[in-house]
Each structure stands twice: as structure tokens, then as C-alpha cells.
Ligand binder design. Structure first.
Ligand SMILES: C[S@@+](CC[C@H](N)C(=O)[O-])C[C@H]1O[C@@H](n2cnc3c(N)ncnc32)[C@H](O)[C@@H]1O
Length: 212
């Protein structure tokens, strides 16, 4: 396990982010929920970045693969606002129920949709185009995401993937999860339909623009 950012820099970024998100009551309740059960969420710094990307792309349709209890969707919803829809997916219906309870408290005008099941199977039954697809499913399945996303993403749309550095385990992958993430990164950096960059924030955020 390799620290992606030095703890001091991480703390500095969190403090700065708090200045613009200090009154985010719902976000804080959801962060406390995650901390209680050690549930992995993107956290507020990456959340702000997702909101910013959705605003920049003027996104009206966002699809999440692996939504948990809706924390990342909260930020996409803020970025999309009244323009449209965020579709959440998760295999765990109890998590989606929780997400529904949290996100009904968010008065930003965005519509949230909840689909229970395997995200890649659900995606196969959905109609595009989406402006943004956010990938946060089990890591060993990451290599299946690019082709599925390509069929649903508009040209100029973004495929965003969390945990792209996977605690540094991508440097010397020793298990299926680390191999899945490392393979995904290689695929995306050599994919002719995408331009990709990994931002070493938190656990690494991969951002891929569909260029053709
Ligand atoms: C890291 S958590 C998601 C956290 C969420 N994106 C956030 O930051 O708030 C990953 C979630 O993906 C779900 N998941 C994993 N593999 C999946 C799959 N193949 N299809 C649907 N959901 C999946 C898990 O049940 C879990 O809730």
C-alpha cells in the first residue's frame, strides 16, 4: 500500500474544500454514515470535482455504475441540477433504498433514478447517450467497462473511474482487483476512442474523454 498523496497535502486540500462546502449538511450526514461502517465513498474533495466536471460538461444524463448509498450521486446531481437525470445502479437494494432516502432531501431539481442489479448487465439494457458515466464497481470487472461505456457515451462525453491507483497496488498487482484496475488503466491509455488522464487525488480518479 502506497500513500497517493502525502497526508499534509491531503489535509490541506480537505481544509480548502471545507471552505466552499462548510454548510453541506446532507453531505456531512452521508460522510458520517460512511465512516460509521467504513463504507468506501469518494469523499468531499473528489465529490466537488465530480460536480465541477458535470457542470463543465453541461451534463444532463449521468449513469453511475456502483452507487452505494448515493454519496457520489449527490455531487453529480448538484452538477446536473434541473437539466436532467442521474441514474444510480447497485446490486444491493438496501443501499439503493438508503440512497433514495438521502437524495430526496437534496432540493436541486435533478431527477434520480434507481436501478438494482449488476451495473454492466443493466447498462446493456439502457439507451444512450449519456454525458457522463461514472465507474465504481468491483475492481476485477473494470476491464469490461470501456466497451460497455463506449456504446452509451456521447462523443465528447466523459467516462470517470474511481480507485484508478488502488492504494498503489497497480504498481505490482497481486490479486484480481489490482489486476483489474491496472488492466483498465492500460486499456484506457491505449484506447483509440478515448483520451485519458489520471488525477492522483485520494485513490486516483481516471477521467477519459470520448474523442470519437
Ligand atoms: C465503492 S462503493 C460505491 C460508492 C459510491 N460510488 C460513492 O462514492 O458514494 C461500490 C458499490 O458498488 C456496488 N457494486 C460493486 N460491483 C457492482 C456491480 N457489478 N454492479 C452493481 N453494483 C456493484 C457495491 O455494492 C457498492 O455499493
Amino acid at each position: 500500500m502506497v500513500p497517493i498523496l502525502s497526508p499534509n497535502i491531503e489535509q490541506y486540500l480537505n481544509q480548502l474544500n471545507n471552505q466552499q462546502a462548510s454548510n453541506d449538511a446532507l453531505g456531512q450526514v452521508m460522510e458520517e454514515r460512511a465512516a460509521r461502517d467504513d463504507f468506501p465513498i469518494i469523499g468531499p474533495v473528489v465529490g466537488s470535482l465530480l460536480e465541477l466536471l458535470a457542470r463543465t460538461a453541461r451534463a444532463s444524463r449521468v449513469l453511475e455504475l456502483g452507487s452505494g448509498f448515493g454519496y457520489s450521486a449527490l455531487f453529480f446531481g448538484r452538477g446536473v441540477g434541473q437539466r436532467g437525470t442521474v441514474t444510480l445502479t447497485d446490486t444491493d437494494s438496501a443501499l439503493l433504498d438508503e440512497a433514495r432516502q438521502f437524495l430526496t432531501q437534496e432540493p436541486n431539481g435533478c431527477v434520480f433514478e434507481y436501478l438494482q442489479g449488476d451495473a454492466l448487465e443493466l447498462a446493456a439494457s439502457l439507451e444512450g447517450p449519456f454525458d457522463i458515466i461514472f465507474n465504481d464497481i468491483d475492481k476485477e470487472f473494470y476491464p469490461e467497462v470501456p466497451e460497455r461505456a463506449l456504446s452509451l457515451l456521447r462523443p465528447g462525453g466523459l467516462l470517470i473511474t474511481d480507485n484508478a491507483l488502488w492504494n498503489g497496488d497497480v504498481l505490482d498487482p497481486q490479486d484480481a482487483a489490482a489486476r483489474g484496475v491496472a488492466d483498465y488503466n492500460r486499456m484506457m491509455y491505449s484506447h483509440s476512442s478515448f483520451q485519458t488522464s489520471i488525477i492522483p487525488l485520494r485513490d486516483g480518479l481516471s477521467i477519459s474523454l470520448r474523442v470519437q
